[in-house]
Design a binder for this molecule. Sequence first.
Ligand code: PMP
Length: 422
Amino acid sequence: PTTETPVPPVAGAALRVPLVTGGDIGYANLDHAASAPCLDAVRSAVDEFLPWYASVHRGAGFASQVSTKLYERTRDVLRRFVDARGTDTVVFTRNTTDSFNLLAKALPRTTSVVVFDTEHHAALLPWRGPNVRRVRLPRTRLAAVSVVDEALAACPQGPRLVVVAGASNVTGELLPVAEIAAVAREHGARVALDAAQLAPHRRISLRELDVDYVALSGHKLYAPFGAGALIGRSDWLRAADPYLAGGGASKLVTEDAVVWNSGPERHEAGSPNTVGVYALGVACAQLAANWDAVGAHEAELLERLRKGLAGLPGCAELRLFDAPVDRVGTVSFVVDGFDPGWLAAVLSAEYGIGVRDGAFCAHVATRRLIREVGAEGQQAVRVSLGLGSTAEHIDRLLLALRQIIARGARWEYAKADGRWAP
Ligand code: PMP
């Protein structure tokens, strides 16, 4: 692979993902919010790189040099992808969960953390101790900003951090990140953005949003599993103990002392996931070069999906979590009288449609939304769009839901090992 430009943008065609076909109908993957299929461009870049990868930072050999160069250049790709400040650091992690756990470990000990109780567990649970305030997410954007304002005002003196998702993984709803960041600034607080669901859909600018940290996952960004990043202010990260202790994090080790590195390697001990990081960079560069196409594709399909679900004939029992807000291509719903797991199993077995059912690692949010639409239960069905989605997938889903609801829950499916199966 060339080290000149590891990520040549190939407009249009670059955004293709291999659609799985087989049998009479192709598989309709409507579960992009869980993990997105790998872009063609990422697959070919990885294929080209595989014969050359080697351990980074450690060897004079050509393969090690190539790997190190691509690995280090990917920091710049990520920096550009989120429009980071020149002084921000890019630490490679395994995923968003890993990024927030790293940040939680790196916070100054007395930091007060304000977080909405409806966040994904990856953004909700890493913060521990008496200084964590979980606040209730209100229904309006304006109120969300005031809630953060009040929570910060009630925090003791000292460092403060607000944690917020850019887009909900349950409803796709976009949160007012810039407004929240502005209020946080007034209190001298920092903001960490959970971009796991936002980054695959919208351009992010740390400078424009004025947020301090962003966490993201490669597998939601059309790259394979195992690589993610925490990008943001370097001071706390530089001052903190290494996330993991080991080789790579340490600059000098003597019989009785260790000097840790002060750059991002401080938190990247062990042989890193060079191929995953490279793939993440290629995916980010392809998205960055194609935001218009990504946005247009999604807007059209989301409109089709929402209209279709809202007007499904004879399906009054389908209750959509659908507040009129700006959102990415994710919607969730429950259907009266139908177990969400059962519905998802039938969609898969009979229609070749993959959706997610459950509480989406956002138990509080899901439970609350179910109550808000006047239903019972703890779980819902989620449909999430991405570059692998087509109008046919949506039409097939709408038809499938009509047919399934019309015929009622059938006995041919039974629960085995906690899952419904034919
Ligand atoms: N935040 C949000 C909003 C998510 O949707 C997810 C993944 N479902 C995560 C964080 C965690 O991402 P990962 O599992 O890749 O760590």
